[in-house]
Design a protein around this ligand. Structure first.
Ligand SMILES: *Cc1c(COP(=O)(O)O)cnc(C)c1O
Length: 232
């Protein structure tokens, strides 16, 4: 059976091939290892193989894993990529390095207020709904400029870019379309507001080639590394 280290080796090869096809340097795309539903030991194994950035979907599971892996904390970056309710913002502001899933102002304001001054600003992305009605989370593209303007001014946060979870599609051309849309929105924000957002968090196990072709700077990959998950 393939080990986590084997899978990581294969995955980095996939990312390199995709970067070559897109005429992009390999260092322009970073890997966020999505460890949701997998135990702390799986994170240790990926860490031993050289990985430093880990993504969690469920707040409580993420907090538990961060606590369990406290001995590695200084060398790790923890990213929240799943939905965030307002009653959990304080714990997230205190424990995580990044949040990718901000889609309303109230959550951003709370995170900013609750980020401990002893820590660097929380790095954040705005989650955009690029799949229309099929998806419940993410800010609508029409509302993105207002949200970005306000979030960019919050002192406890550093707005880094945009994130999307497009609807699954089978062929490369269909996969590329929503990723292209997210890249276009990032460019438009930077131009219209003089921002310097540098992060496009897009691409997962099934569509990372399409995402890299369209400019992804951070791909979020779980099952291609750890195997299929017991729950979705
Ligand atoms: C689970 C998840 C991923 C990783 O998906 P895989 O298909 O396992 O690579 C990426 N992003 C988000 C937001 C997720 O919830």
């Amino acid at each position: 059976m393939a080990t986590i280290a084997d899978n990581l080796y294969q995955l980095h090869h996939r990312m390199e091939t995709a970067c070559a096809a897109a005429s992009r340097p390999v260092q322009s795309v970073t890997l966020l290892v999505v460890s949701k539903t997998f135990p702390g030991d799986a994170v240790r194994e990926a860490h031993r193989a050289g990985e430093r950035r880990f993504g969690e979907n469920y707040v409580q599971e993420g907090l538990d894993k961060i606590a369990e892996l406290q001995d590695l904390r200084a060398g790790l970056e923890w990213h929240l990529i799943g939905p965030l309710q307002s009653n959990k913002t304080r714990a997230v502001a205190e424990a995580f390095d990044w949040v990718h899933s901000i889609d309303r102002l109230k959550i951003a304001q709370r995170l900013s207020e609750q980020r401990p001054p002893s820590l660097p600003p929380l790095q954040v992305c705005l989650q955009v709904n690029v799949s229309g009605e099929a998806s419940k989370s993410g800010v609508a593209p029409a509302e993105l400029p207002d949200l970005a303007r306000t979030v960019a001014a919050l002192p406890g946060l550093a707005l880094r870019g945009l994130m999307a979870i497009p609807e699954p599609a089978d062929d490369l051309q269909a996969q590329r379309q929503p990723h292209r849309e997210l890249a276009r929105l990032l460019q438009a924000l930077n131009q219209a507001m003089g921002l310097r957002l540098d992060t496009l968090s897009m691409g997962m196990s099934a569509d990372l080639e399409a995402a890299i072709l369209e400019g992804a700077t951070m791909v979020r990959v779980g099952s291609a590394i750890f195997g299929s998950r017991p729950r979705a």
